[in-house]
Design a binder for this molecule. Structure first.
Ligand code: AMP
Ligand code: ZN
Length: 114
């Protein structure tokens, strides 16, 4: 989608520090990390937010979680645990309108979130 920063990262127009890539998803390190390990996992297809997940495209979410588990193991945070976060819409704190999941690890996380 034109003017979508994560579509541009997905197609290589904007560079990123990649953690994982396949034909359906890209994972890259967040520019403003909130934990010692902070990776964003995005579908290459433009999906604006969790509000736009439906029966036709939902399989990508299962794939993203499978990839998250693999990245967590590869980066050595699986055993201690980690958090996967999706921010949806204004109240959820979503700033980039392309579906993405934050994989955060390397420190203990507080609950409830702010
Ligand atoms: P959210 O607030 O959930 O929409 O998350 C958007 C995330 O994208 C933030 O954590 C930003 O730091 C991150 N971000 C924005 N632009 C880039 C970029 N070019 N490369 C890596 N991370 C980015
Ligand atoms: Zn996009």
């Amino acid at each position: 989608m034109a003017d979508c920063i994560f579509c541009k990262i997905a197609n290589g127009e904007i560079p990123s520090n990649k953690a994982y890539e396949d034909d359906k998803v890209l994972a890259f390190y967040d520019l403003d990390p909130q934990a010692p390990t902070h990776v964003l996992i995005i579908p290459k297809e433009h999906i604006a937010s969790a509000n736009d997940i439906n029966e036709e495209n939902a399989s990508i979410v299962a794939h993203i979680f499978t990839v998250a588990a693999k990245i967590a193991k590869d980066l050595g945070i699986a055993e201690d645990g980690y958090r996967i976060v999706n921010n949806c819409g204004d109240n959820g704190g979503q700033t980039v309108k392309h579906l993405h999941f934050h994989l955060l690890g390397g420190r203990s996380m507080a609950w409830p979130p702010g």
